[in-house]
Design a binder for this molecule. Sequence first.
Ligand SMILES: Nc1nc2c(ncn2[C@@H]2O[C@H](COP(=O)(O)OP(=O)(O)OP(=O)(O)O)[C@@H](O)[C@H]2O)c(=O)[nH]1
Ligand SMILES: [Mg+2]
Length: 467
Amino acid sequence: MYREAAVAMCVEDADTICAVSTPPGEGGIGIIRISGPEARVIFDKIFRPKNRNLENYHPARLYLGHIIDPADSRQIDEVLAVFMPAPGTYTREDIAEIHSHGGFAVQKAILAVIVNEGARLARPGEFTKRAFMNGRLDLIQAESVLDVIRSATDEELRYALSYLKGDLSKKMGSFREILKGLLAEAEASIDFPEEDINIDLFGHLQPLEKMQNEIDGLISSYYEGKGLKQGYEVLIAGRANVGKSSLLNALLSQERAIVTDLPGTTRDLIEEAVCLDGIKVRLIDTAGIGTPQNAVEEEGIRRVKQKASEADLIIWVLDGSQPYKNEDEDVFNTIKPYNYIVVKNKLDITQIFNDNTLISKNINEWLEISAKERIGLEALKSILLSALTKGGRSSGGLLITTVRHRDILMKVSANITAVIRGLNAGMHIELAAFELREALHHLGEITGETCTEEILGDIFSRFCIGK
Ligand SMILES: Nc1nc2c(ncn2[C@@H]2O[C@H](COP(=O)(O)OP(=O)(O)OP(=O)(O)O)[C@@H](O)[C@H]2O)c(=O)[nH]1
Ligand SMILES: [Mg+2]
């Protein structure tokens, strides 16, 4: 088996597994996959090609035929089927795929005969887990399979495909090579002190520092990576009646939230997703902040305040046609610890808002818009994007998109910091070797070389059945 320290192969990993790999429900076709040592035997028993003279299937070629129940030779469905021998397959095991009609009863009946012939139903992500266990993919690549499936934007897909190809794995591999080189020298000098091996630890400082910078860059790219994958959360906050719901509707170009001239129209959080220039944004309209008139408003305001601390950005909406009010001050006090931008709404009617109120709070930039007349919305979108992506987006470089990778890289970074500091301060070589081993162990957790069954179970359980 490929993984050196990975999990011991369990008995169930030797089973032949099967699952419907297409989504449940009705479809033109549905694909059933069988993988494992018995795949060929089962396939031969249940598939009858139309051309009965066929003695040998050509691998990876589709054949027209029927799935039959070997017990009574009853035909279950007319299908196209393919057999792919190991090791040139997704799981590196023998795989058979049956392209049947995509209906619930048909697929259930086909699965039943496959199970009758000795296969068992696959668990979520089990095909990909086998691809990982058999060395076809490392763990980063296995995780990106799920990312490809779940990608909602072109950019997200581009990253997922690049990591499936191995771009992030290669970077981790290059880190490992540097660490291994240094560790080998350190261990040699520990093991053979009498040989007086002169290791040039300082010669390693520069590559270590360069690697440290790269790792820290990757750790901080997580903000952008998370935004790319999960989207950013933008809260629309303000006192009652300033036009928060009107702004939500204008940004969505649909009448999602109720708008009335009565203060207190919105009571709960109203969330809707939009895609701004390829970036997923979840806009959240809120209840007006101020003195609650009843228990419902009180709960609404509690929810806004809680969300304010979680959101990536807040749009503070003011009403340009009104003076600054005590409730506006309540809003300001709620949002000021967080990341916010200021928008003055109702530009289309007479403006009496005194800008000095904002300037006295050291707020020198705001945008004047009319949600009702759709004025200033494009400018608002571009300000939103630049505030969310902190001014810039990486141009195709590597990004950390999962919290798992970020957390592990933080541990690696701490080990490398200890080594660099130690080398500068004359640290004992055994301690440096300890930190290097730890760093290598952590890097192995990212790619899967040193991963526990628990972590693997957690990762693959997020997959769908059949993948
Ligand atoms: N003239 C003008 N009126 C607006 C504009 N935006 C909103 N309004 C009006 O202001 C009133 C309140 O709008 P809403 O969008 O419901 O305000 P809100 O902040 O969501 O109010 P609550 O949900 O009560 O907190 C409605 O009568 C809107 O038509 C605008 O840009 N110009
Ligand atoms: Mg509202």
